[in-house]
Unconditional design. Structure first.
Length: 322
């Protein structure tokens, strides 16, 4: 009796990209518009804080018998430079950028220039009879303290594309879907005034000044700086409570006044009517330190018959956006 052994060989061939097979791969819930939200509402040009924005989106795919590998990229935008994307206004631009991580260590880019650390990757495991969804996010922010005008309409970088590729980054991937995204930011109008000692910069907390002449003498002078910080056209008005007179503190029991004159930014100001008077109008943006306008008060001629006591006037200074 003879015995024999029969050998069976099973040889299975897998294509090179079997680990990247994806069925009906598509985007889900991609926002068409992302709007910048800062500490107030939009973009505040004098705010030194950076506000990182998060954009959430989904990738969906149908069940497959092998792992589905994919990745996502973001186009460069209107600047043509991944190192600095830009949003345009009427006559200014805002610098911003998008990142794959919240630490901003990798700019979110597109092929062919992107590296593997500059894209968003994902995969669906082997799963039968199941539609799968992955959640993803990327991040973007506008560089703080860019002094640009508040124009009433948003700054925009439009028609960037989020691109979805099936396959591995380094193995001839296939573009399967795109979504258009527009980045927008409204620039807040910021118009403020600060009253500071001569030569000092804008200080949001300094809004009052005491002009102390001591013992009044004819021709005595004192002054300070009115500093305006603005990214909008503006006007500055002043109003004298006592019609541009220093009035005795016990008035009307004690009748006594002392005249004085005002010079603002080198020109004379007349507040004698008691009504608000526009003293300057500006159309340009100012630096974060503001634009300073010197104001000076000069005691008028004393008759020598003024009753002893304390004399004062109150002047209100107001800046408004035009």
């Amino acid at each position: 009796m003879k015995y024999g052994i029969t050998f069976f060989y099973l040889l299975t061939f897998f294509p090179n990209n079997v680990q990247a097979l994806c069925i009906n791969l598509a985007f889900g819930d991609v926002p068409s518009l992302v709007m910048f939200e800062g500490g107030s509402s939009g973009y505040a040009v004098y705010d030194p804080q950076e506000y990182l924005q998060t954009v959430n989106f989904q990738v969906r795919g149908e069940a497959t018998g092998v792992t589905c590998e994919y990745f996502v990229t973001l186009s460069v935008g209107q600047s043509g430079n991944f190192n600095q994307r830009t949003m345009s206004g009427i006559s200014n631009i805002l610098n911003y950028n998008a990142y794959v991580d919240s630490g901003k260590s990798n700019i979110f880019k597109s092929l062919p220039g992107a590296t593997q650390s500059e894209i968003i990757t994902g995969s669906f495991p082997i799963a039968l009879a199941l539609t799968q969804t992955n959640n993803h996010e990327f991040f973007w922010t506008i560089n703080p303290q860019q002094i640009v005008s508040a124009i009433g309409v948003p700054y925009v970088d439009g028609n960037l594309t989020l691109n979805l590729y099936s396959g591995l980054f380094f193995l001839s991937p296939t573009l399967v879907a795109t979504k258009t995204i527009t980045f927008q930011a409204f620039v807040d109008s910021s118009v403020d005034v600060s009253l500071v000692e001569s030569g000092k910069p804008f200080d949001i907390g300094e809004t009052t000044q005491l002009v102390n002449f001591g013992n009044l003498e004819s021709g005595e002078q004192r002054g300070f700086d009115v500093v305006v910080r603005s990214n909008n056209s503006y006007s500055v008005t002043m109003q004298s409570q006592n019609h541009q007179l220093l009035v005795h503190s016990r008035e009307p029991t004690v009748s006594g006044t002392v005249p004085y004159s005002i010079t603002f930014n080198g020109g004379g100001v007349d507040l004698s009517t008691g009504a608000p008077v526009q003293i300057i109008a500006g159309t340009d943006t100012t630096p974060a330190t503001g634009t300073a306008f010197p104001i000076e008060f000069t005691v008028g001629t004393l008759s020598g018959a003024e009753p002893a006591g304390t004399y004062s006037d109150v002047i209100n200074v107001e800046v408004t956006a035009n």
